[in-house]
Design a protein around this ligand. Sequence first.
Ligand SMILES: [Zn+2]
Length: 258
Amino acid sequence: MKRLIFPLALLALCGCRTVPISGRTQLMLSSQGDENALGAQAFGEVRQKIPASKNAAQNQSLARVGAALKNVTPDQGFVWEFVVLDNNEANAFCLPGGRIGVYSGLFSFVDNDAELAVVVAHEIAHAIARHGGERMSWSLLQTLGLWGLSYGTESETLLVLYGAATDVGVLLPFSRSNEREADNIGLTLTARAGYDPNAALHFWQKFGGGRGQSAIEVFLSTHPGGAERIEELKKAMPEAVAEYQRAANKKGFGNALR
Ligand SMILES: [Zn+2]
């Protein structure tokens, strides 16, 4: 494994990155290459544990949505892979480097392609914003602060982070601000891909209504803040609708799934 830590003197020069689409400046001390390699490894482990779904309608929906979103996502050298995993939980994840898993249980809450696009675009947003690497960078900085300037390590911290992630089924809870950024970037991508962004409100409003409570709890454990989230989405909606109006290939809510 390559050395992960830059000497502290270099932090000021190469420790920051600009998040695509949102334009926010973030702390970034890990290398994208290391993150991508670990993402690929973790995805392999998940694929060994959880079989792919054989549900043709769900697979085709994810293939359509994945292709449309991939086309409008800024190229960062990611290898995009979209797989429906046969698991009753309602959830989805994106590993660093662009591997996306959607649990088949999520389709109980998805009425059409556009709503699936909302979820997948949100996960894509976490990946291109490199929220996992950012969080790890902050914990590294804390470690460096605690251990002193000469602390140099292999990428153990990254391994521990993603190792722990695979142990709990790859579901990394992100901070509220990361979630908000992923919602906003995701909304932009959904609209640019030609899906009506109002699908985001339709999708998230279902999680306030008590439908399939246990599945909702799983989803909300990694995607908190129902009411607040909907208010934020409503604020972002005019810009997303304008983005949708500019999209070349408008699909409305796309294919119905029920
Ligand atoms: Zn999220």
